[in-house]
Design a protein around this ligand. Structure first.
Ligand code: 0PR
Length: 390
């Protein structure tokens, strides 16, 4: 640290230079992210609540009330208005909390969890932190979890089974209804990772889309991850863990004798209340109607990309169910294609299972960006001899 401080303007000037090197969502060039521009109202509220600390909620009673109202709204959205939970940093922390609760409730000697091969890497972190063995279930030909494979992996040590509603790479929805039946039968905790899908699947279903059930309506589902900072338009960090009832929180509560609340179930101690307040604000402002419109809009952009790719003879990995499209060039490998697109100013990501270019059609991507992308993809098809059509 320097001995003498700099004037505020100088500090801001230095920062502006660093920030100018960051990519922005508004450029429409970030194609591989699950985050997006947060709603302007949520941003404002976030700043207003910057100093609130839900680690000591007795001091911030209003903010605590906002957090429980968000939990109530999300519980209602996901078919269990009495669900218990917290607004936390994101899907990673939510999945970690779910696995911790499941482990503590089951009390197995050598705990194991079963996750689909398509599950987010946060479950690897959770398994490592919690000392749990991670067992990976195979996928079917549509990249959803294979139920037979799950059944085979279940043992007396299984403390949780995970289903994903909106996989990170392909946006697939696992057969949660069947997983629910299996878990009810076996008496195992079923956790649904709807970090991405939780803020879009219910709204698409409301518009008549034929998407499967994945939430607490299915009796076997014990917990759900849903991230407001993905499709919910809340600022980073905002994740949510929901449990069917408060007993799961009790199973991981630690005594906090000198705080205003005597028990704490979250992993983080001092934690911002700004996320809860900003999420409350954006959900109140958008309403179901606003999120339905958003869901329809991003699916419209998804369809445009899908149709354009098919017209250009790119190969789709699967028909998109949600706003994620994964595709390949007939002759250029996905990593090579990703770097060519990067040279053209596009930030895409490459999925691993199977290897493909993956585009997440978040709200910051408009039709105009997709038209530009398709023009560039057309150029890449033309310039590659093997890619020439006809
Ligand atoms: N569960 C699922 C299904 C996810 O897709 C993700 C993140 C998580 C859990 C973990 O959530 P947090 O990252 O909030 O802890 N999926 C994206 C991914 O890893 C996150 C992401 C977001 C990546 C923006 C890149 C990016 O620019 O791909």
């Amino acid at each position: 640290m320097d001995e003498k401080g700099l004037p505020e303007e100088k500090v801001l000037e230095l920062l502006a230079e660093f920030q100018s090197r960051d990519m922005t969502y508004t450029s429409g060039r970030i194609l591989g992210s699950m985050c997006t521009s947060s709603h302007p109202l949520a941003r404002r509220v976030y700043c207003d609540f910057l100093e609130s600390n839900l680690g000591d909620p007795g001091l911030f009673r209003g903010t605590r009330e906002l957090e429980s109202m968000v939990i109530g709204m999300l519980g209602d959205l996901l078919s269990e208005p009495a669900a218990a939970g917290h607004i936390i940093t994101g899907g990673t922390e939510a999945n970690l909390m779910a696995m911790r609760a499941a482990r503590n409730m089951a009390g197995a000697e050598k705990p194991e969890i079963i996750v689909p091969k398509s599950a987010h890497f946060s479950f690897r972190k959770a398994a490592d932190i919690l000392g749990i063995r991670l067992r990976e279930a195979e996928l079917d030909h549509e990249y959803r979890v294979d139920l037979e494979s799950v059944r085979k992996l279940i043992s007396g040590n299984t403390v949780a089974v995970v289903g994903v509603a909106g996989t990170t790479e392909l946006g697939r929805i696992d057969p949660v209804e069947e997983l629910s039946e299996i878990c009810l039968e076996e008496g195992i905790h079923l956790h649904v990772d709807a970090a991405f899908g939780g803020f879009i699947i219910p709204f698409l279903r409301e518009t008549g889309a034929e998407l499967p059930e994945f939430d607490f309506k299915l009796q076997g589902v014990s917990s759900i991850t849903v991230d407001p900072h993905k499709m919910g338009l809340a600022p980073i960090p905002s994740g949510c863990i929901l449990f069917r009832d408060a007993s799961y929180l009790d199973a991981m509560s630690i005594e906090t004798p000198y705080l205003t609340e005597k028990q704490q179930s979250t992993i983080v101690g001092t934690r911002t209340g700004a996320s809860a307040a900003a999420t409350w604000a954006v959900m109140k402002h958008m309403g179901r109607e606003g999120y339905r419109e958003l869901a329809l809009r991003v699916m419209g952009v998804t369809r445009r990309l899908r149709d354009g790719l098919v017209e250009l003879d790119y190969q789709l990995v699967v028909e998109p169910e949600l706003n994620i499209v994964a595709f390949n060039h007939p002759s250029i490998g996905p990593h090579e294609l990703a770097s060519r697109l990067e040279e053209l100013g596009w930030a895409v990501s490459v999925s691993s299972c199977p290897p493909a270019i993956r585009v997440v059609l978040m709200p910051h991507i408009g039709e105009e960006h997709i038209e530009m992308l398709l023009r560039d993809l057309e150029g890449l098809m033309r310039d590659t001899p093997q890619g020439v059509r006809g």
